[in-house]
Design a protein. Sequence first.
Length: 232
Amino acid sequence: MTQRLQLYGRRHGRPLRRHRSELLESLLPQVALERPEPGTSLSPAPLFDAPVSDVWLEIGFGGGEHLAAQAVANPEIGFIGCEPFINGVAGLLSHIDHEGLTGRVRVLADDARFLLDALPDASIGRCFVLFADPWPKRRHWERRFIGPENLVRLARVLKDGAELRLASDDPGLITWMLEHTWRHPAFEWLARSAEDWRARPADWPQTRYEQKALIAGRTPVFLCFKRRDRSA
């Protein structure tokens, strides 16, 4: 029997401004990925308009500023973003339109697990899960994206040596993500000193959620893991 995936969280927020609503009608069909059917396979590299040297994935891209900045800084890379919150999708579309990224960014406006289950083994070169919903109540902890089931998915689709980048300003979620990912045999934590997780790397663009955290006096933490070699 096919497992039913339950999506938690909002799909819609405040009414969109006219321009962003128009982008959902005009631009989204050009960059959108349909939800893969269970049991199907989706090779990522052919999704883009031109050949790419690698494919990176952002899960829960929020307003899209980080994904767009990464795409601008890495013109040889193809990017896939997954975000079920339609206001966030509209935000990314605005960046895609402004930066001319239509050929190198693809968007799944749905649950990332459908995509992860369809991707081939070792097909993604880097993955970002930044400032995800912390689900602070204990009864909701199983809703946190980084956990036993999704780490298995990520370990399968990430290439050997690929980075998994996580960030949060919620102490409970930080501890949860670190404990689960550090314990998983497929991942190696790259931190060698406290500065490695206290400071955002230079090639890691700031998100609006990080800005909000800093304004509110909360301290973000940046966790970088490497997918271990399968032959090791």
